[in-house]
Every structure is written in structure tokens, then in C-alpha cells.
Design a protein around this ligand. Structure first.
Ligand code: GLA
Length: 389
């Protein structure tokens, strides 16, 4: 755990006047490649990071769900059998939504006291919300004697985000937060939900995350707009190819190129990104297994360009961080990661050059904006887990 368990337990005890029975944690994530492909039933390659959300909890013998955010120093108290999404104190929706969805699935959930804290930066595109959902879920399961199948848990937490929180995300973030581990990245087939663990053997290289510190204005509206443009693309391509296509996953790079004159903009560019990104993930998987990291890095750069030019989800800040990295010796590849419109870049760089990269990013990006640099070496951590104490 990166969060101090004893401090968490002490905060819980201070807030609720009794000690917790269980603690849990779940990590944030960074996506190495495969952006905006998950909701197109395609492929993604995320890895967990050593930043997490942690929760302490106990049954309280009442019909109330009491949730305390240690970081906001705010609490809510909700009737456990009549949960509805909160407009104010909306941080509580991630946890209350888990309870609601467990109930919907037929589980009995008793009144509980829960307190949580985290060090996944919020709004930075490192999936603090998925981490909160997963750490809530495993904690609530343990307290109530429920044990979901891991994939069912992932799917349920995605539904919480889609239906209770109201953000129509794909499945990648919840999947990696639950299924990730300390030594592998995952390649997830977001259609079948089959996945492969690939050892993250980076030799003399490492993964560095740089935060633009411009919180991703992941206005659900821009995200949803991209989703519907992809759906529109599926319809048009299906008509043009005269075969049934249920998602962009079913379209090949050759096909999208052949059809380019027939598809209106921006539908063509959106589809071009998704189809080419899926192909890049497939290739990246083989390159990583073969230890061909230079070529892997080039795919990361191509992914950034495609996200910027065709999918139009990059930002001035993301471009500046990625381009500065591209200009540096020892950098194999750099790209925006997550939904875009702000958030972080992910960079593959030789360990010997990490410090030089950091200073350059500071000089070119952070210092001129009077921002404290936020550049981290990424160490994968274990997936979601809860324990009795
Ligand atoms: C957000 C969503 C994910 C995925 C990425 C883009 O992180 O939560 O499901 O769509 O954006 O790849």
C-alpha cells in the first residue's frame, strides 16, 4: 500500500468512534496504448500504477450507509435501502453506487461506516474513480460476506460509473484496477473480456508519467460525442461493406482506407483512429513480448498523432509534454494517456535519461507556467484487494 494503513484506521476510528473491521485498496492505472478503443470493443494495454485509493469499513448495525471522505473532510449519511445519486457531495456516488448495484444483483447489503482516502490525482486521467469503485466494492463485499467473480465485479463497477455516476466510460479502467498486478501489463479484448498478462520487462527503460496539471475537462459531452460518432461510423461502414458490423473492432485498416472517400468527416477520422489504434495494440503486444522496445515506442508516438489529428482529444498541454519528450535523447516514445482533453502523458524512456527528461519538462513546460512539476516513475502495483483486520 502507498497509503498509510495505520493513518487510515486512525482517521476511521476518530470519525466513527469505533475501529474498522476491514481495509481495502485499489490502484489507479496508466494506459500504455489503445486509447478510445474499449467502447469500440477493441484492445487496450493498461498497467496499474503505485497510486491508490484505500478504504476502511465496518458494519454499523443500522440501516444507514455512512461514508466519510478523509481528503475532502466531508461525510454523507444515506438510507441504505433507498439510495439515489447525490448532486452535492457527488464523490459519494462511486461508493453508494456499488451498494445499489450489489442490491440490484440480489445481494443483501447491511448498514456500514466507510472512510476512504487516496493518492491517485483526481482529474489527471489516472482513473481515481475506477480505483474508488473497486476499493469500495471489495471492502463492501468482504464486510457483507459477498464474493463476486472478478470479471463480474469489473462489469458491475463499470455499470456503477455508467448508470449511477452518469459517465458513459468503457471497461478498461475498472478492469485493470481489479485484475492488474505488480509485474505485468494487460492486453484486454474488450469484446470477449479475455485478457493476456504480458510481463513488463522493460530492460534499461522505464515508464514515466507527466501530469499536464490541466485537469481533463472530460466533459462527458465530448466523450459521448466521440462514442456516437463511432456508432455512426459502424452504421455507415456496415452499409458500404454490405456486411454486419457490430463495432469498429470488426473493421480492418485496409477496409477503412478503401472507404475513406465515402465516409463524411469527422466520422472518417474518428473511425480511422480507432481502427488503426486497434492494429497498433496488436502489434505492440508482439513487440513487447519480443523486447523490441524502440519499435514499441514508435507506436506510442503514432498513437499520440492519431489521437491528436484524427480523434481530436489531445490538448495544447498534452502536445507540449509529448513533443518535448520526443525531442529528448533516451526517449523511445511518448503519448497522451486516458480520455484526453488534459490529464497525463506516458513516456517510455531509458532509466539513465529520466532525470534529464524531468529537467527538460520542467524547463519547457512547468516552469514557464509557474507549475510545480508532477513527473512520476511508474511502478505497477497489485490489483484491488480487501482484508479483515
Ligand atoms: C477513459 C474511460 C475509458 C477509456 C479511456 C479512453 O479513461 O474511462 O473507458 O475509454 O477514457 O481510452
Amino acid at each position: 500500500m502507498t497509503i498509510d494503513k495505520n493513518k487510515l484506521i486512525a482517521s476511521f476510528t476518530k470519525r466513527f468512534n469505533h475501529a474498522p473491521e476491514a481495509v481495502s485498496r485499489a490502484p489507479g492505472r496508466v494506459n500504455l496504448i489503445g486509447e478510445h478503443t474499449d467502447y469500440n470493443e477493441g484492445f487496450v494495454m493498461p498497467v496499474t500504477v503505485d497510486r491508490e485509493v484505500a478504504m476502511a469499513g465496518r458494519l454499523n448495525g443500522t440501516a444507514l450507509l455512512r461514508i466519510h471522505s478523509i481528503d475532502f473532510n466531508q461525510s454523507v449519511e444515506l438510507p441504505i435501502d433507498q439510495l439515489t445519486p447525490q448532486k452535492e457531495l457527488d464523490w459519494s456516488n462511486y461508493t453508494a453506487g456499488v451498494v445499489k448495484h450489489l442490491q440490484k444483483a440480489g445481494h443483501t447489503v447491511k448498514g456500514m461506516d466507510l472512510a476512504f482516502t487516496g493518492d491517485v490525482p483526481r482529474g489527471a486521467g489516472l482513473s481515481s474513480s475506477a480505483a474508488l469503485e473497486l476499493c469500495s466494492c471489495v471492502c463492501i463485499e468482504l464486510l457483507n460476506g459477498i464474493e463476486l467473480d472478478p470479471i463480474e465485479r469489473v462489469k458491475m463497477c463499470q455499470q456503477v460509473e455508467n448508470q449511477y455516476v452518469g459517465m458513459n466510460c468503457g471497461i478498461m479502467d475498472q478492469f485493470i484496477s481489479n485484475m492488474g498486478d505488480q509485474t505485468h501489463c494487460l492486453v484486454i479484448d474488450c469484446r470477449s473480456l479475455e485478457f493476456e498478462r504480458i510481463p513488463l520487462q522493460l530492460g534499461d527503460c522505464e515508464i514515466v508519467i507527466a501530469d499536464t496539471r490541466s485537469p481533463h475537462k472530460l466533459t462527458s459531452s465530448a466523450y459521448n460525442e466521440r462514442r456516437s460518432q463511432c456508432e455512426e461510423g459502424v452504421k455507415l461502414i456496415g452499409k458500404a461493406l454490405k456486411r454486419k458490423i457490430s463495432a469498429l473492432r470488426d473493421v480492418s485498416v485496409e477496409e477503412i482506407q478503401k472507404l475513406s472517400a465515402q465516409l463524411p468527416e469527422p466520422i472518417r477520422s474518428r473511425c480511422q483512429h480507432v481502427v488503426s489504434e486497434n492494429a497498433r495494440v496488436q502489434l505492440a503486444r508482439e513487440l513487447l513480448k519480443a523486447g523490441k522496445l524502440e519499435e514499441f515506442g514508435l507506436l506510442m508516438n503514432q498513437s499520440h498523432i492519431s489521437l491528436r489529428v484524427d480523434y481530436e482529444v489531445s490538448s495544447v498541454e498534452l502536445d507540449e509534454l509529448a513533443w518535448t519528450a520526443w525531442s529528448m535523447p533516451g526517449v523511445l516514445g511518448s503519448r497522451m494517456t486516458g480520455a484526453g482533453f488534459g490529464g497525463c502523458t506516458v513516456t517510455l524512456v531509458r532509466s539513465s535519461e529520466v532525470e534529464t527528461l524531468k529537467s527538460k519538462l520542467d524547463e519547457r513546460y512547468y516552469a514557464p507556467r509557474a507549475l510545480e512539476p508532477r513527473v512520476y516513475r511508474c511502478m505497477p502495483s497489485a490489483g484491488a484487494i480487501a482484508e479483515k483486520i
